[in-house]
Design a protein around this ligand. Structure first.
Ligand SMILES: *[C@@H]1O[C@H](CO)[C@@H](O)[C@H](O)[C@H]1NC(C)=O
Ligand SMILES: *[C@@H]1O[C@H](CO)[C@@H](O)[C@H](O)[C@H]1NC(C)=O
Ligand SMILES: *[C@@H]1O[C@H](CO)[C@@H](O)[C@H](O)[C@H]1NC(C)=O
Ligand SMILES: *[C@@H]1O[C@H](CO)[C@@H](O)[C@H](O)[C@H]1NC(C)=O
Ligand SMILES: *[C@@H]1O[C@H](CO)[C@@H](O)[C@H](O)[C@H]1NC(C)=O
Ligand SMILES: *[C@@H]1O[C@H](CO)[C@@H](O)[C@H](O)[C@H]1NC(C)=O
Ligand SMILES: *[C@@H]1O[C@H](CO)[C@@H](O)[C@H](O)[C@H]1NC(C)=O
Ligand SMILES: *[C@@H]1O[C@H](CO)[C@@H](O)[C@H](O)[C@H]1NC(C)=O
Ligand SMILES: *[C@@H]1O[C@H](CO)[C@@H](O)[C@H](O)[C@H]1NC(C)=O
Ligand SMILES: [Cu+2]
Length: 818
């Protein structure tokens, strides 16, 4: 997770933050006829009654015979426009050409730019203030005026910086369009500027790293039979820490040697070689940069001469190398387990999709839930206006930032604390694999992001599907009857591969009104060289340590429970000793409930209580149920809540104060929409957003409260992380559940339940509550052909050029980090 070959030349090229060279080839793909595993019974059957009023359209080609394999998703019209939606092509193209016409911005086309030219880093939709969005979605206000959030990379200056600006209104009209610095969402008031420590990344390799590597080429050849010189025959790579150290006004980096994979597998982060060098790269002139020394096997050498003479002395201890091999390859290996080659059970959707979608507005309706899907560069997918039975539960639910904080005896591991929104979850939310990432019958949406005067579209990068869990959500048995209810839930999912790690984000909705947020991780770990790292991880291969690290992922949950006047109630089970009127004067050891409310943000940062003793409830104190209890939703850890172990991280300074607690509660502010800025890593002491500054004593009682939740993992990779971490156990989640919100459990309304009466060894009644009828209306005969669906349809991203705008000539091009 978030561990990636961050600053290697390849990764820099691939990064959305830098000039991207895109292949203009349109790849020809074999396009075999889709296999049709399911055949609908009786093609003329009526749709289910409640769908009759709606248009029904096939997901796949309309000319195919009507089959169950076609996931039929009902098309609906969203009640309101998605004000969190992405810009459309013409809007983006309009902004690009308008920006280039602003002579004061002095912009150069990215593909023509050197590191001393100003470029457009990003153009995306600016999300409206909640205040304005709510007047629109809940009231009669017109759609909030649309603006573009633009990031400019000002490099034609001694002190390069990124500038966040607002451009609009959209669509651009020469007479009305303006730009202004974007400052209100940031705690640092610096005109929307943050310094750019990466401006000279191309010089870094040619002018600094390769010459240093060349100065010890005889040693690298002797130690590892390889060189890292920037040549095609390099067998070694060099890259280093992220964020850079930012002490005493100096910018310091440490770099490490790595073996390059000898295969097509992305195994480089498993191949550290244990040699490190430090550099002071303050300023833009490489001739002023300073070499700071070598580190090998726990010995620091201040100069190359010191290292060289030690190396060629008789007492120098040469350690072994991590080299690519089957152990680092994710393809199948080892004996096949009994019966494994037989086709495994599959889930099917015999009635097609039981949800409805407005594709244009990315608006979803499943059972009694509705919501809008948003997508942006920094944080990927987010959900807005999540309603259950017509009432909003959450205004906003989405990732804010993901941290992977390493530690180690060596400066590379000690210095690594990836803040992944720097790279972005949007640009790396790649196409999903049907039947693997999501069930074969899932429905997909695209997502887009801007890079280098093009818009890239990740095809089929968000999936939506229902799934029936393998356990009943309700059951009860007596001597006369058994009742049981199916646990069918709805999932929205996207997967972002940020460098070597893959994060699967799932938002799930359940028929009892509960919601789950989960993240799972796979991909390659960033490992460490084994020497002297015993206290920082397991030895997982001959010369390899599974480097310890904390993953912390922050999610914003902006609850609106029956309006925006909400409070946070804490309810704790406490042991107590108490005498009762009936206990005849004897004290009894027992327990009781203690209730309290958070009053201000000063009490707003806390952790899950030991023994799960404290319930955290978001309630509306003015809304009581028929029993007089206040209605609310409970926030409860599902698995893997975690905050950062490191206190006051030297690497991070003020850049990730959001990682310090499990739960943090603030009063909603239009000026505090995000917990982190994508470029917090560029100025860790004084970042654009210092989350700790949100906590300034404001009331959180009967206010619009926001709950910022951390999910994570204290990851100490073991041999089971080789070759890749597995999502079974690399898993963290949190749930939101109705608490006294309704009078009874809402899952009682589903027909997907049964009651079987029995007596004297015989069933006497089977009550199915109308579910047979519903099933028949959409039924199919399963004719299962064990093939993998549509995998030859996997295409990667589609790119549309924005300047000059060329909407009719899209081409394929996918860029990953590493
Ligand atoms: C980019 O550079 C190429 C080659 O010099 C030139 O033909 C093209 O006009 C330039 N484009 C812009 C927009 O400056
Ligand atoms: C505009 O940018 C160019 C580099 O692209 C630079 O040489 C020039 O000095 C800049 N002009 C101004 C007025 O800043
Ligand atoms: C919206 O307009 C309708 C019709 O004019 C009116 O009845 C309703 O009260 C208005 N709603 C709000 C929230 O202003
Ligand atoms: C807006 O201004 C630009 C640059 O001056 C010009 O190329 C473009 O045609 C103008 N667009 C409109 C719609 O007037
Ligand atoms: C060293 O590397 C070269 C070229 O990369 C290769 O041909 C040679 O076999 C290697 N030697 C050893 C001892 O591995
Ligand atoms: C790598 O290529 C360079 C330049 O072509 C050549 O000088 C060098 O000998 C090659 N190194 C190896 C190990 O083949
Ligand atoms: C996704 O993009 C592809 C290629 O542009 C397009 O054919 C498809 O209709 C899009 N899907 C959706 C759901 O918009
Ligand atoms: C955190 O570390 C910084 C830098 O070393 C130091 O100035 C600051 O006092 C520390 N803060 C706390 C709360 O320990
Ligand atoms: C959004 O809210 C901020 C903070 O209150 C304010 O400065 C800004 O002007 C608002 N934006 C709009 C479009 O009203
Ligand atoms: Cu990990």
């Amino acid at each position: 997770m978030g561990l990636f070959g961050s600053i290697s030349p390849k990764s820099l090229l691939a990064s959305a933050l830098l000039l991207t060279s895109l292949s203009q080839d349109v790849f020809a793909r074999p396009n075999p006829e889709p296999k049709v595993p399911w055949v609908r019974k009786g093609s003329g059957r009526k749709k289910m009654a409640h769908n009759l009023k709606r248009a029904v359209e096939g997901e796949r080609r309309a000319t195919e015979p009507e089959t169950c394999a076609q996931t039929v998703t009902t098309t609906i019209t969203a009640p309101k426009a998605n004000v969190w939606g992405e810009l459309i092509d013409v809007e983006t193209a309009g902004v690009v050409s308008w920006l280039f016409a602003q002579k004061d911005l002095n912009l150069t086309l990215t593909e023509n730019a050197t590191n001393w030219d100003n470029t457009i880093q990003l153009i995306e939709a600016m999300w409206p203030n909640k205040t304005d969005a709510i007047s629109y979605i809940d009231g009669n206000a017109t759609t909030p005026t649309k603006y573009a959030h633009v990031v400019l990379n000002f490099r034609a200056t001694e002190n390069p910086y990124y500038a966040d600006i607002l451009v609009g209104p959209l669509p651009i009209d020469n007479k009305t369009a303006t730009w202004e610095p974007l400052t209100y969402p940031y705690t640092k008031q610096s005109g929307g500027h943050v310094r750019n420590l990466d401006a000279d990344s191309d010089l870094l390799y040619s002018e600094w790293i390769y010459p240093i590597s060349a100065s010890i080429a005889d040693i690298t050849l002797d130690l590892w039979n390889g060189t890292a010189l920037g040549l095609d025959n390099d067998t070694l790579d060099i890259w280093g820490i992220d964020p850079l150290w930012q002490d005493d006004g100096r910018i310091i980096r440490w770099d490490s040697f790595w073996n390059l994979p000898t295969s097509e597998f992305d195994s480089e982060t498993l191949l550290p070689l244990g040699l490190y060098f430090g550099s002071d790269i303050t300023g833009r002139d490489p001739s002023q940069w300073k070499f700071e020394g070598w580190f090998y096997n726990n010995i620091f050498y201040e100069t190359t001469e010191d290292f060289r003479s030690a190396y060629f002395s008789s007492c120098f201890k040469k350690l072994g190398a991590n080299v690519d091999g089957a152990w680092a390859h994710s393809d199948r290996q080892g004996p096949v387990s009994p019966n494994d080659a037989a086709y495994p059970p599959e889930s099917v959707a015999p009635a097609g999709s039981r949800f409805a979608l407005d594709r244009k507005e990315k608006y979803v309706e499943w059972m009694d839930f509705t919501f809008y899907i948003a997508f942006n560069r920094d944080t990927g997918m987010a959900l807005y206006d999540i309603r259950y039975k017509g009432e909003r539960i959450l205004y906003e639910l989405g990732l804010q930032e993901a941290l992977a904080h390493y530690a180690g005896n060596d400066p590379m591991q000690s210095g690594t604390s990836y803040l992944d929104t720097f790279y972005g979850f949007g640009p790396y939310a790649f196409e999903l694999v049907p039947g693997y990432d999501c069930p074969a019958y899932a429905t997909y949406l695209n997502s887009s992001f801007y890079v280098a005067e093009t818009t890239h579209t990740h095809i089929n990068s968000v999936c939506l599907f229902e799934f029936t869990g393998d356990f009943a959500m309700q059951r009860h048995t007596t001597s006369a009857y058994t009742s049981a209810t199916k646990n069918t839930y709805f999932v929205v999912r996207s997967v972002s591969t940020v460098g070597n790690y893959d994060y699967t984000f799932s938002y799930s909705f359940f028929v009892d009104g509960s919601i789950a947020v989960e993240v799972r991780a796979s991909g390659y770990i960033q490992s460490a060289y084994f020497a002297n790292n015993e206290d920082y991880g397991y030895k997982i291969n001959e010369f390899l340590s599974g480097s310890m690290h904390d993953h912390v992922l922050n999610f914003k949950a902006d609850f609106d429970i029956l309006g925006t006047s909400n409070s946070i109630q804490l309810m704790t089970n406490v042991p107590t000793v108490k005498t009762y009127p009936w206990s005849k004067g004897k004290a009894r050891s027992t327990m009781t409930l203690e209730r309290s409310f958070l009053e201000t943000e000063d009490e707003g940062r806390f952790n899950w209580a030991p023994n799960s003793a404290t319930q955290v409830l978001v309630v509306n104190e003015d809304e009581k149920n028929k029993n007089g209890e206040i209605r609310g939703y409970r926030v409860l850890p599902y698995t893997g809540a975690a905050h950062l172990t490191v206190l006051n991280s030297t690497n991070l300074g003020n850049a990730a104060r959001w990682a310090e607690y499990d739960i943090q509660v603030t009063q909603h502010k239009d000026s505090e929409p995000r917990a982190a800025h994508a470029f917090n890593s560029q100025d860790v002491a004084d970042p654009p957003i210092n989350f700790a500054d949100f906590f300034n004593g404001e009331s959180v009682r009967k206010e619009d409260v926001v709950v910022w939740l951390n999910l994570g993992m204290h990851h100490v990779p073991h041999t089971g992380d080789l070759p890749n971490t597995v999502m079974t156990t690399a898993h963290a989640g949190v749930q939101f559940m109705p608490s006294n919100y309704f009078d009874i459990d809402q899952s009682r309304s589903t027909v997907n339940m049964v009651r079987i009466n029995y007596k004297d060894g015989k069933a006497t009644a089977v009550e199915t509550f109308g579910q047979d009828e519903a099933k028949a209306a959409g039924a199919c005969t399963p004719v299962f052909t064990p093939v993998e669906l549509n995998l030859w349809g996997y295409t990667g991203d589609i790119v549309v050029r924005k300047f000059p705008f060329d909407p009719n000539n899209p081409y394929y091009g996918t860029e990953s980090i590493v």
